[in-house]
Design a protein around this ligand. Structure first.
Ligand code: BEZ
Ligand code: FE
Length: 285
């Protein structure tokens, strides 16, 4: 049978019939159906399809060891959040996107260490408990955190201005499941706009900003891995994140504290800004 608009999908789906891996076969069949439906609906001209290929080529060519433009594209299309949400743990702390800036290893640090290596102005302490669903403390959990500076840049974006590992730390909870570290209050910031994804945002009149946040990747034996953020309450763009990652349960108050005993326990002077972010992991079944 000749390849036609009507027969195309069945023909291509059939071409995958000998795929041994059943999951791969199902994924390719579904991809074929949706892509073909897209083409039938949009009816792109050859010039438009060429433009689409050129755009995806530019996305790939923008990727380097320290820049992931494909993740960024997935983020601004809401696909990263959708994948995160369909896989989300049913209980405990909500998950959000990983984002493209977790491409270097966070340096292991002791509880209470500062991840601000450049002496920012709005110093703060972030602390909390990591527990399981029944409230049991999860000692020995790995709490990997990364954030931008007060000016809104990650270390990898400013290799000449920031030492590697600035704004990053890998902490291990104590026996009570507690973690705490010193840092600065991060700023809201624009996602990178100097590549093809930036051009897409511009063409669609979307702003590129993310509300201020600290990333967390928490792992512990016997529990599901959790990728999430603590968002700074009151930050600009908290209601219009360019990558759709805000969940209200993750918006945290960063408040000025004059509590002398808390300051002494954290090894800081008063007043200091304190953010409490407790993390509940879901047991692995
Ligand atoms: C981030 O929060 O690091 C991020 C997430 C998605 C796109 C760009 C940046
Ligand atoms: Fe970020």
């Amino acid at each position: 049978m000749d390849f036609s608009v009507e027969s195309a999908t069945a023909t291509v789906v059939e071409s995958f019939r000998d795929t041994r891996d059943p999951r791969l076969r199902a994924v390719l069949e579904s991809l074929t159906r949706y892509l073909h439906a897209f083409v039938r609906e949009v009816r792109p001209s050859l010039a438009e399809w060429n433009q689409a290929i050129e755009f995806l080529t530019a996305v790939g060519q923008t990727c380097t060891d320290t820049r992931q433009e494909f993740i960024l594209l997935s983020d601004v299309l809401g696909v990263s959040m959708l994948v995160e949400t369909v896989n989300a743990q049913q209980t405990g702390t909500a998950g959000t996107v990983l984002g493209p800036f977790h491409m270097t290893e966070s340096p292991p640090r002791a509880l209470g260490d500062s991840i601000d290596l450049i002496g920012g102005a709005r110093r703060c302490v972030v602390s909390g408990w990591v527990t399981g669903g029944a409230g049991e403390p999860v000692g020995g959990a790995q709490v990997d955190v990364w954030q931008c500076t007060e000016e809104g840049f990650y270390d990898v974006q400013q290799p000449d201005l920031q030492p590697p590992g600035n704004g990053r730390g890998l902490f291990t909870t104590d026996d009570d499941g507690r973690y705490w570290f010193r840092t600065v209050v991060p700023s809201h910031y624009p996602i990178p706009t100097d590549g093809p994804v930036g051009r897409l945002l511009e063409a669609t009149e979307r702003h590129p900003y993310r509300p201020a946040h600290i990333h967390f990747l928490v792992t512990a034996p016997g529990y599901e891995e959790l990728t999430t953020h603590a968002f700074v309450a009151g930050s600009p763009y908290v209601d219009s994140d360019a990558v759709f990652a805000v969940k209200q349960s993750l918006v945290v108050d960063f408040t000025e504290s004059h509590d002398e005993s808390a300051a002494a326990a954290f090894g800081v002077a008063t007043p200091f800004i304190h953010a409490r972010f407790d993390i509940v992991l879901q047991e692995r079944l």
